[in-house]
Design a protein around this ligand. Structure first.
Ligand SMILES: [Zn+2]
Length: 424
């Protein structure tokens, strides 16, 4: 039976390539959210030809949603010949900006040396195309399966997923009993299973001062110097402490197998775009930074926040006139699907069949749409698995290998068989 899937996919290689090229030609750049509707409509047309019921769902009122740039998602569902579980393939159709350094047309879909080039080939229209062909091949071999298959093309993953998976999850599209197993074909490499991601906490910290004439700074109080003290404490206490926190989570790359923090921005005193070249002499009364803290399954969110606020509180006690404010911007808890979860077992089996070795289990350093499925949909039988080499995502001359897509599609078809077979 496994050979049947391989043959059914092999027979459809030209369709797989054509489908990927077609998807690449929609310049679904986010922001602002270009060409979402025509791309979603195209996916809907492909799937209705396979017998799916399709629905376009706009993320009404979500960030960036306007009549010029509607957040258009597509959700498609195919019922099998009897009751059984639902397997959902979720791909995002948005891509990041092209940036500089391209030697091919980013939206041309050029094919060369067994690779398809273009923005979004790897991340992740190649994965979307592979999942559609996998389902088509599965249906050809198993027309009488019991259960249901869903495929969605969702928007805004690259900007947080609010108009895409988060919106659909709130509408019940990623919860039981509608859905049982979710595979997100993000480019994690064809023989790896991504079980989840580290946690994220974003916060803005402001130090406060008092404005005065710059020639007499002793009459004021510099918020920038106060922030300097904060950064100094981070440098000498927090960063070394974070570096010592190792995780059991198999995060890739290896450097992310510990706690990390980035300072995303810093602004103090006069804004740069007022009166360019004509600064006035004032003592800054405000300085703000945004921190991006990535944390581990072993850490509690309260502890993560506490490390930062205890430094700020200590400065308040020890440093004359030090005052600060802190504002939460975003928090997402770490998530890791269990290795014995049905979807993990099914895809692991597929990888063993196709590649002859065990999968590598990994955790993503950053979050992706699985966070909404876990947090809003309360569905934990979810992984990322798809073709494409992770390092190529968001790069110039991004590409996806045709053979990689074929093999991944094969793994997906075998996984479907396992998930439906197990129920039957
Ligand atoms: Zn992606």
């Amino acid at each position: 039976m496994i050979e049947c899937f391989a043959r059914a996919i092999e027979d459809r290689t030209d369709d797989l390539v054509a489908l990927t090229v077609d998807l690449i030609r929609f310049p679904t750049v986010n922001p602002p959210g270009e060409a979402y509707t025509p791309c979603a409509e195209y996916v809907a047309r492909c799937l209705s030809r396979l017998g799916f019921q399709t629905k376009l769902i706009r993320g009404e009122g979500t960030p960036g949603d306007t009549d010029r740039y509607p957040r258009t998602n597509v959700v498609a569902r195919l019922e099998g010949k009897g009751p059984g579980p639902t397997v959902h393939f979720n791909s995002h159709i948005d891509v990041v900006e092209t940036g500089a350094g391209w030697t091919v047309d980013p939206f041309g879909g050029e094919i060369r040396d067994g690779k398809i080039f273009g923005r979004g080939t790897c991340d992740m229209k190649g994965g979307l195309a592979a999942s559609i062909i996998a389902v088509e091949a599965f249906l050809a071999v198993r027309p009488d399966f019991h259960g249901a298959i869903e495929i969605s093309g969702t928007v805004d993953e690259e900007s947080g997923g609010f108009g895409g998976v988060a919106y659909l999850a709130k509408e019940g599209y990623f919860s039981r009993p509608r859905v049982d197993h979710v595979i997100i074909p993000e480019p994690l490499n064809k023989d790896r299973i991504c079980l989840g991601h580290r946690g994220v906490w974003w916060a803005e910290i402001e130090t406060k001062g008092r404005i005065a004439h710059g020639s007499m700074p002793f009459l004021g109080d510099s918020a920038i110097r106060h922030m300097g003290a904060v950064l100094d404490a981070f440098e000498h206490e927090l960063f070394p402490a974070l570096d010592r926190k190792q995780t059991e989570m198999p995060v890739v790359p290896e450097g992310a197998r510990r706690s990390t923090m980035n300072i995303n921005s810093i602004h103090g005193g006069q804004t740069e775009d007022f009166f360019p070249g004509l600064p006035s002499p004032t003592v800054p009364d405000s300085c703000r930074i945004v921190i991006d803290r990535r944390f581990l399954l072993e850490e509690h969110i309260d502890e993560v926040k506490g490390e930062v606020s205890s430094i700020l509180e200590r400065l308040k006690r020890e440093r004359p006139r030090f005052d600060y404010g802190m504002r939460n911007l975003m928090e997402v808890l770490p998530t890791m699907t269990e290795r014995d979860a049905p979807v993990v077992q099914a895809v692991a089996g597929g990888i063993r069949e196709v590649f002859g070795h065990d999968p590598e289990y990994v955790i993503s350093p950053g979050t992706y749409d699985q966070k909404h499925i876990a947090r809003i949909g309360h569905l934990h039988d979810c992984i990322a698995y798809g073709p494409g080499i992770l390092d190529l995502a968001h790069q110039p001359d991004e590409w996806v290998g045709i053979e990689d897509m074929v093999q991944s599609a094969n793994v997906m078809a075998i996984s479907l068989d396992a998930l439906f077979g197990a129920a039957g």
